[in-house]
Structures are given as structure tokens and as C-alpha cells.
Ligand binder design. Structure first.
Ligand code: HDE
Length: 703
């Protein structure tokens, strides 16, 4: 059955609940109390040129409401985008957890997911270097469960009491509020150099993980070790992993910065468009399970959120699948007002003593009280559980329920004892962990190793991934004004990997350090993005055309891509049509000047003699090709189109020559002259599926 947005047959419980709150524009204009309004353009005044009268209640209401339209943005994760969908478990997990939604494979639990950047304001660009939030609200029949994760499996700090310090350091600096949504500034790196527990996370943030190609192409992690609890009250440690069906893929740094200007909504738009097209993003949920008895089996502390549990030690078991298939109707009402809280749990899922998680369990509720203006934010449509709510909470700003009766206390006899206490089988039961200790302010010794896993991460990466990390450190530290801060970070890097530290030091003009420790040589290949499978599904290809294009080549390419779910945008010198080589008209999708190479995954130049001549003299078209090459994107050219590549400032490549009949591929540049169009299309699609051509030599390309 197709999963269309408004097909009532497929409406899940959450969608049906929201339906009661949806409002469509219709009928006559009114005030907010329903009085009909026949003029909303002219305020009531004493004469045509006289003062506005207080009596104009419509004017006052309109302006007053407008004046109050903004709420505080989230203190972190202010910029985001979200969508609805469902989660379905594969097999019952009763051995580990009693959570109902993880035990009934026939059940589709409605979800809302909000993706976000962390440091930037609500209006900042999507493609900045940053961690991405990946927060999922499961509207389960036992209440809302929030899995509030990130796309990086570790965190900057170990104890939540450091969170304000960390966030103050990464946010724009307080004296001039510069820079927006950037980590490349003195205060962040000063924090880092004085807080070595950040080093593992900083390696991830300097990696390509911080530049996702799409929200649909990033992993998600619960970060903390949580606890599953089964019906017998037995606990199992659990780490959550979301794995995207499309693979995990990133942009390149230069590209992200250009997209920031060309389309600051790049990731938001991508998510929205994919869902509108019916190309629903999908993730598999996996878990790493550790028996309680193995708590101390590892050379790091399971409670330390700056550590991963390497997949090679404890494999990830897939347990279910999530599909996002419906865009919100209203950004503010839904995506902005959704309120996540790590302490929103259901029976069968519990916390551990991870000190970061413990702090979060305080902070998220607290933050919603100020952000959403009072204690009734759970009544906002997007936040309402589909499970029945029977609390004795009353009153407060924006109370929406009309509670009837005389009682709002427990115990009562006047309302027949309702609501009464839940039974053993339905109530949340806190895991009965034995705790005893002295009250101390002291970080456990088991939290003190800050470098081993930073090195492990670095060792696990492909050469191109490592090169990106080094370049990122050089860029970021190159913006830092204080020399001692640069030196401090290099000193920590020297404990991660000496060669990396030397490379970075040389790039930022500080003295390369002496070798401090030997690299332990261990790795965890699962963390490398080079290991992720790819697909062309939903990839965007730009086809550059001008008058004289051989339209048959474009049409054949477009249908070959469509067969695999990829999209071709035909870009012309102007909107409308171009003439083809046989004199007919061919419709273009967009004018080349309204988009940019950075918004596409690959570029194709079709043949046609006049087409090639026109594109060869078009600086914009040549810029598309040059930038795409610089950003490691597949490029294909057919017949005369091959000549256009020769006009772009690329390194010398083995391109198809006239008289050749066959496909040539050199560094992901695929060309043919002659009849083997199908071979070209196939090679192009295979190359596109690999996302980028990382072994390409791009240093000399001026873009
Ligand atoms: Fe958050 N975090 N956080 N965080 N966080 C918030 O809650 C906080 C942490 C994460 O799309 C805030 O509603 C503290 C880790 C996401 O609405 C706030 C600490 C992880 C989102 C808050 C952390 C996250 C938030 C701001 C350290 C990954 C966006 C607005 C103890 C596992 C949720 C809000 C959304 C948002 C506090 C650390 C992820 C202030 C105190 C670790 C995805 O409550």
C-alpha cells in the first residue's frame, strides 16, 4: 500500500490525533474571537490623515499577536528539521526488555524525528561543521519514549556539569557574537586544549562526520550506555545505533561552505523534498548488548560517554526499522514546539549512572519550561502521547484540558479513587540497582584515559579521511588568534598520533612536537565511512545543456537514472527550452544560474556540436565542471561534450578521443565517443553509487 501523506486509510494513531488540531484556511476573515473583519489593510483613524484610534481592537490584536510570535530558540540544537514516520521491531526482544513497542513485530509505532545542528542559531546554515542531533520521539502505547541522540557516537565532555562551559565556548563569542555556527574560534579551542576529555570527540568533529551530505545519510547514536530491563527485572546494558539505508556519506569542506551561501537550507530541503517525492528515508535500529556481569570487561568505562563500544568487540544487532514518510504541516507548531526529554522513558528502558545522562535527565525538562512558556507543553499537539494521560497535574499557563470533577489528588474517594495506581505489569519500575558510596566531587579513575580511543578512531580511517581530519584541524586552528591555544591543541594531538600532530603543527606555524607516545596501532574499521555501502537512489545529477544538444542522450540518461531512483536536473542557459541538434525544442528544468554545482552529486555533459561550442564558452558551465571535479564528484561527457571538459582547468585526464568507440574512465571522469552510450551510463551509475571519487588528484584545480 502506498504511504501517502493524507491517505486516511494509512493514518496512524498520532496522525489521527493531530487531525483534530489541524486548521485549513477557509471562509471569511475574523478576529481571534471570531468577529468578522472586512478591512485588514487600513487601521481605524480619525480622518484619512489623523491618528490611529485605540478603539481599533482588530489593529491592536493583530499587532499584539505579531509582537509575541517568537519564543526563545533552543539554547543548543536551535536549527533543525523534522518529519513523522513509524518504527517497527523485527522480532520480540522480551529476553532483554519488556518495552511493548520492542516486542510486537506487527506494530508500527508512530515517531517524530528532529535532526539539527548544535551551535548555530535558528537561522544559521545547515552545512556547517558541527555534530548533528538525531532525536526520535516514539509515540508508544505505553507513553512517549525519546531517544535523543547525535550522529557521532561520543561526546565532548564526561560530566554534565561541564555542559554550560562547553556550550559557552563553542557558541559565538560573547563580546561581538562572532562567529555564527562555527567552531573555528579561540574560545572553543581554548576549552579543548584545557579539557583533554574532548579529544576523542574533536577527532570525530574534525572528520567528515561533521559534514553530512544529507540527514538521510547519517548514522544516529544514543551515545550513552542505557539499560534494557526485562519482565523479570533483569538488566542488560544497551547502546543504540541508527544506520541509514542510503549509507553514511559526507560533503567536502569547501563544498559545505559554498552551499552555506547558495542554499543555507540544504539539509532541511533535502529531507523535505525526499519525503514529498515519496523517497522515504529509512534507518535500521541496532543495539549493542552487554550483560550486567560484563560491566567491567572493557579497557574503558561503559558509563563514560566519550568512549565507543567498538563493534568488533560487541557487534551491533539489528532490531527494527524506521521510515519517515510525512512532512509536518506547520514548522513552528510541530518541529519547533516538539519537546524532547531524555527522561521520557517507557517500562523496559532505563538509565545508567553515566554522569552526562544524569545531567540531561534534569536539563531537558527544565529547558522546555522556559522555551515553551510553562508546564503544559506536553499538551501541545506534537508532544501529546497517544497513550492515555491521567495525571493529577492541574492549571498553569496554556492549560488545554478541561478537567472535570472535584479531585486532583491521590488518594481520593470522591472520584472513585481515580486515577488509581498502575499495576505491576503496566507501571514503569526503576531498575533496582544497588548504589552506595560517599558523597564526593571526583571523576572516576576509569574515566581518565582521553587518548586511546581518539587514536583508535584515527587508525581506523582511510587515507582520505585522515587527510580531511588534518586539513580540518589546520583550518580551525588557523583561525585561532592565540598561539598558546594552537600549541596546546597540538600537544594533545601528539598523544593521539604523532604524525598528525606534526602535520597540523607545520600547517599552523607552531613548532612540531617531539614524539610523546607510540601509536597503539589498534583500529575499529566499522567507524570508517569508507566501509559504508552506497546507492544512487535519490542522488541528484546536473545535466548541462545549451542549444544544439543531442536530446536523445539526455532522455536515455534520465530514464536510466530514474530506473535506479536517481534524479536528473537538466540545466540550461535560461529557463524554458533549448533547441536540439535536430531542430526541435527540449525543455530544461532550471536555468543554470539559479543553482550551483555544489547542489548536485554529479555532472553530465551530453553531446551535440553546437551544444559543446556554447558550453565551452560559458564560464558558468565550466565552473560547474571544475567545482564538481574539485569536490570529487563523478563527471560524464558524451561525444562532443567531451570537448567541453577539455576547456575546464582540470589536470590532464585520459578522455575519449575522436575515433574511439568505447568508454574511458579516469579518476571518475567517464567519457565516450561513439555508440557505447549504455556502457557510459552504466559506469556513471556505478561511480555515482560510490558517492565520491576519493583517489582523485584535486590539489591543482582552481575552485
Ligand atoms: Fe542535549 N540539550 N544536552 N545532548 N540535545 C538539548 O534541550 C543537554 C547531549 C541533543 O531536536 C536542549 O530541548 C545537556 C548529548 C539533541 O529538540 C537542552 C547535556 C546528546 C537535542 C540540552 C547535553 C545531546 C538536544 C536544548 C550534557 C547526544 C535537540 C533544547 C549533560 C546523545 C533535541 C532542548 C531537539 C537539546 C541539554 C548533551 C543531543 C538544553 C545539559 C550527549 C539531539 O536541554
Amino acid at each position: 500500500m502506498s504511504e501517502t501523506r493524507r491517505d486516511s486509510a494509512t493514518k496512524d494513531e498520532k496522525d489521527q490525533q493531530l487531525e483534530r488540531h489541524r486548521v485549513d484556511a477557509a471562509g471569511e476573515l475574523t478576529t481571534s474571537t471570531g468577529t468578522r473583519v472586512d478591512d485588514t489593510d487600513n487601521s481605524l483613524s480619525a480622518g484619512g490623515r489623523g491618528p490611529t484610534l485605540m478603539e481599533d481592537f482588530h489593529f491592536r490584536e493583530k499587532l499584539t499577536h505579531f509582537d509575541h510570535e517568537r519564543i526563545p530558540e533552543r539554547v543548543v540544537h536551535a536549527r533543525g528539521a523534522g518529519a513523522y514516520g513509524y518504527f517497527q521491531v523485527y522480532e520480540p526482544l522480551s529476553r532483554y526488555t519488556r518495552a511493548h513497542f520492542l516486542n510486537d513485530p506487527s506494530l508500527r509505532t508512530p515517531v517524530f524525528v528532529r535532526f539539527s545542528t548544535v551551535a548555530g542559531s535558528r537561522g544559521s546554515a545547515d552545512t556547517v561543521r558541527d555534530v548533528r542531533g538525531f532525536a526520535t520521539k516514539f509515540y508508544t502505547q505505553e507513553g512517549n519514549y525519546d531517544l535523543v541522540g547525535n550522529n557521532i557516537p561520543v561526546f565532548f565532555i564526561q560530566d554534565g556539569i561541564k555542559f554550560p562551559d562547553f556550550v559557552h565556548s563553542v557558541k559565538p563569542e560573547p563580546h561581538n557574537e562572532i562567529p555564527q555556527a562555527q567552531s573555528a574560534h579561540d574560545t572553543l579551542w581554548d576549552f579543548v586544549q584545557l579539557q583533554p576529555e574532548t579529544m576523542h570527540m574533536m577527532m570525530w568533529v574534525m572528520s567528515d562526520r561533521a559534514l553530512p551530505r544529507s540527514y538521510r545519510m547519517m548514522q544516529g547514536f544514543g551515545v550513552h550506555t542505557f539499560r534494557f530491563v526485562n519482565a523479570n527485572g533483569e538488566g542488560t546494558f544497551v547502546k543504540f545505533h541508527w544506520t541509514p539505508k542510503l549509507g553514511t556519506h559526507s560533503l567536502v569542506w569547501d563544498e559545505t561552505q559554498k552551499i552555506g551561501g547558495k542554499d543555507p537550507d540544504y539539509n532541511r530541503r533535502d529531507l523535505w523534498d525526499a519525503i514529498e517525492r515519496g523517497q522515504y528515508p529509512e534507518w535500521e535500529l541496532g543495539v549493542q548488548l552487554v550483560p550486567e556481569s560484563d560491566e567491567h570487561r572493557f579497557d574503558f568505562d561503559l558509563l563514560d560517554p566519550t568512549k565507543i563500544l567498538p563493534e568488533e568487540q560487541v557487534p551491533v544487532t539489528p532490531i527494527g526499522r524506521m521510515v519517515l514518510n510525512r512532512n509536518p504541516d506547520n514548522f513552528f507548531a510541530e518541529t519547533e514546539q516538539i519537546a524532547f526529554h531524555t527522561a521520557n522513558v517507557v517500562p523496559g528502558i532505563d538509565f545508567t549512572n553515566d554522569p552526562l545522562l544524569q545531567a540531561r535527565n534534569f536539563s531537558y525538562l527544565d529547558t522546555q519550561l522556559i522555551r515553551l512558556g510553562g508546564p503544559n507543553f506536553q499538551q501541545l499537539p506534537v508532544n501529546r502521547p497517544v497513550a492515555d494521560v491521567q495525571d493529577n497535574q492541574r492549571d498553569g499557563y496554556g492549560q488545554h484540558y478541561v478537567h472535570r470533577g472535584r479531585t486532583s489528588y491521590f488518594k481520593n474517594s470522591l472520584a472513585g479513587g481515580c486515577p488509581y495506581l498502575a499495576g505491576e505489569d503496566t507501571a514503569f519500575k526503576h531498575y533496582q540497582e544497588r548504589v552506595d558510596g560517599q558523597k564526593i566531587r571526583h571523576r572516576s579513575d576509569s574515566f581518565q584515559d582521553h587518548y586511546t580511543q581518539a587514536t583508535l578512531f584515527y587508525n581506523s580511517l582511510a587515507n582520505w579521511e585522515r587527510a580531511h581530519i588534518s586539513a580540518a584541524f589546520q583550518f580551525e586552528l588557523g583561525k585561532v588568534e592565540h598561539r598558546h591555544v594552537r600549541e596546546g591543541v597540538v600537544a594533545h594531538l601528539n598523544h593521539v598520533d604523532h604524525d598528525l600532530a606534526v602535520d597540523v603543527a607545520n600547517g599552523i606555524g607552531v613548532d612540531p612536537p617531539e614524539r610523546a607516545v607510540a601509536n597503539h596501532g589498534r583500529s575499529s574499521p566499522a567507524v570508517s565511512q569508507a566501509t559504508f555501502p552506497g546507492t544512487v537512489y535519490s542522488r541528484q545529477v546536473a545535466v548541462l545543456v545549451a542549444d544544439g544538444v543531442r536530446a536523445a542522450e539526455v532522455t536515455a540518461l534520465r530514464s536510466a537514472l530514474a530506473e535506479h531512483g536517481a534524479l536528473a536536473d537538466v540545466l540550461g542557459p535560461r529557463d524554458g527550452t533549448v533547441r536540439t541538434d535536430d531542430g526541435s525544442n527540449f525543455e530544461v528544468d532550471r536555468a543554470m544560474s539559479t543553482v550551483a554545482s555544489v547542489l548536485y552529486d554529479a555532472i553530465v555533459v551530453p553531446g551535440g556540436a553546437d551544444n559543446a561550442t556554447a558550453l565551452s564558452g560559458d564560464g558558468l558551465a565550466l565552473n560547474f565542471i571544475t567545482e564538481a571535479f574539485k569536490h570529487h564528484k563523478p563527471i560524464a561527457a558524451m561525444n562532443e561534450g567531451v570537448d567541453v571538459l577539455g576547456r575546464a582547468p582540470l589536470p590532464s585526464l585520459r578522455l575519449a578521443n575522436s575515433g574511439d568507440d568505447g568508454v574511458r574512465t579516469d579518476q571518475g571522469v567517464i567519457t565516450n565517443r561513439g555508440s557505447d552510450d549504455q556502457g557510459l551510463r552504466q559506469t556513471f551509475i556505478e561511480t555515482l553509487a560510490r558517492h565520491r571519487v576519493w583517489d582523485r588528484e584535486v590539489a591543482s584545480v582552481p575552485a
